[in-house]
Ligand binder design. Structure first.
Ligand code: BG6
Length: 459
């Protein structure tokens, strides 16, 4: 067992990620008696400890309907602030002084990639890197080359077993559930191949726009923001072979192995869109060609998946919010039972609902009522919230894991490099993005790409 971290340092503590995700996670860990160590916020803004506590309370209240005062007081008592420039050596000297009793601090870099280098070097210069762990947020670079460069920077200061690369989809219980579904059940795995599966669709749809992050988002776009990481992680879990054993190394190897078999995406089967009005948002370039929507087709070059297209799409300002994988099975080998009169034949579908209200819905054919021998689709559905109760939030699990030095739910350097290799041909395409109206499923061309998408169950 690795030794647990005895301090948490949040770089970029005044930012969006910390208030939306990390404070609620720290609160939850405190509630579960998993966190009673100093939590030090670092940022350029001149905040004092009280401002940090006020922000923490606000974010816990935004994430939860109510707050347990005793738990919050426990967290607040551990919070303190260091304000300083990331390029200023005294920032790190003050941090080292504050951490003099900590043997294994964990450093969370919730900061723009442009300042990763200064922070890592600053930590190394005061001897903190040698005894700490580092958690790095996505986006991990902007492309293959910059992600390798970033990795070199990190590895110059931290040994590889001290580097934790976040893709919070790996921390979601529902996403991890894909792995459990496949390898804890006998029922579907024999069908999990090109003999029985026609196509697979992955949708990560969001009803909202850039939510005040337009300045950042405009430098990134949908492909770098979620396709390169979250969606490809989901694809890896759906498509991977069974790991050679149940340990972390075997799991991560199986994940990297399937990514190696994915061909680079092609611009010809990719549709990029931008919602109308995006360019008027503060922080967005007036002539921005950044995509807020992308749909594409991917192939996995393996005996299991040859000939099975994977259709992927994600976008902002779509008709609803949902993350779903729909596995569409082939039709029965021999068609004896027609679809109900006036309806089209429907395929069996296995729908993994991975977002809020997660669960699985399976569409099967049932005999339609009446004298006619025909069938119509009906759903078998399980809602995991009702069946399993509360599940932990991704960031709560990931912080807990990193504090324990556990890598299972973090991405390997190679995994991230493979993801960049896959998306490389569709990054920064010169062709103008296609406009779409807010509240629609992106440009019309995207609809044609999959020859009909299965509409997600929207929330
Ligand atoms: C983040 C992206 O990584 O993932 C956001 O930067 C996106 O743009 C978010 O909204 C989606 O995550 P979730 O957990 O809300 O599905």
């Amino acid at each position: 067992m690795h030794m647990r971290s005895d301090a948490v340092v949040l770089f970029g503590v005044t930012g969006d990620l910390v208030s939306k995700k990390l404070f609620p996670a720290l609160y939850e860990l405190t509630r579960r008696d998993r966190l009673n160590v100093p939590v030090i916020g670092v940022a350029r803004s001149p905040w004092d400890d009280q401002q940090l506590v006020t922000m923490a309370r606000k974010s816990v209240l935004e994430a939860n309907d109510e707050i347990d005062e005793e738990t919050f007081d426990g967290l607040a008592a551990n919070l303190s602030m260091i304000s300083g420039d990331y390029a200023d050596p005294t920032t790190y000297q003050r941090l080292a002084e504050r951490l003099r009793d900590a043997e294994r601090p964990v450093f969370y870099l919730a900061i723009p990639p442009a300042v990763f280098g200064s922070v890592v070097e600053g930590l190394a210069a005061v001897g903190l890197a040698g005894r700490g762990r580092v958690i790095v947020e996505k986006p991990f670079g902007r492309d293959l080359e910059s992600s390798r460069e970033l990795d070199r920077t990190l590895r110059a200061a931290f040994d590889s077993e001290r580097v934790f690369r976040i893709d919070h989809y790996l921390g979601k219980e529902a996403v991890e559930g894909l792995y459990a579904f496949r390898f804890a059940n006998r029922l579907f795995e024999p069908l999990w191949n090109n003999e029985h599966i026609d196509n697979i669709q992955v949708t990560l749809a969001e009803a909202f726009g850039t939510q005040g992050r337009a300045g950042f988002y405009d430098t990134v776009g949908a492909t770098r923001d979620v396709l390169q990481n979250h969606i490809l992680q989901v694809v890896a879990l759906i498509a991977m072979e069974a790991p050679a054993s149940d340990d972390t190394t075997a799991f991560r190897e199986a994940e990297a192995a399937v990514l190696r078999q994915i061909a680079p995406l092609s611009p010809e089967s990719t549709v990029r869109g931008q919602y109308a009005g995006y360019r008027d948002e503060p922080g967005v370039a007036a002539d921005s060609n950044t995509e807020t929507f992308v749909a594409t087709r991917l192939t996995v070059d393996s005996p299991r998946w040859a000939g099975v297209p994977f259709y992927l799409r994600t976008g902002k300002s779509l008709p609803g919010t949902a993350t779903e994988v729909v596995v569409e099975f082939k039709q029965p080998q021999r068609s004896l039972i027609p679809a109900e009169r006036g309806t089209a034949t429907a395929a069996n579908l296995l729908r993994f609902r991975l977002g809020r209200g997660d669960g699985i819905t399976m569409s099967i054919q049932a005999k339609s009522p009446g004298a006619e021998v025909a069938s119509r689709p009906v759903d078998l559905s399980v809602d995991f919230g009702s069946a399993l109760g509360r599940r932990q939030e991704a960031y709560e699990r990931l912080l807990d894991d990193a504090m324990d030095g556990q890598h299972l739910r973090f991405a390997r350097a190679e995994t991230i490099e493979q993801e960049w290799r896959i998306v490389a041909p569709i990054l920064d395409l010169p062709a103008p993005v296609l406009s779409y109206d807010k509240g629609t499923w992106g440009p019309a061309d995207a609809e044609a790409l999959a020859g009909g998408w299965h509409a997600p169950y929207l929330r």
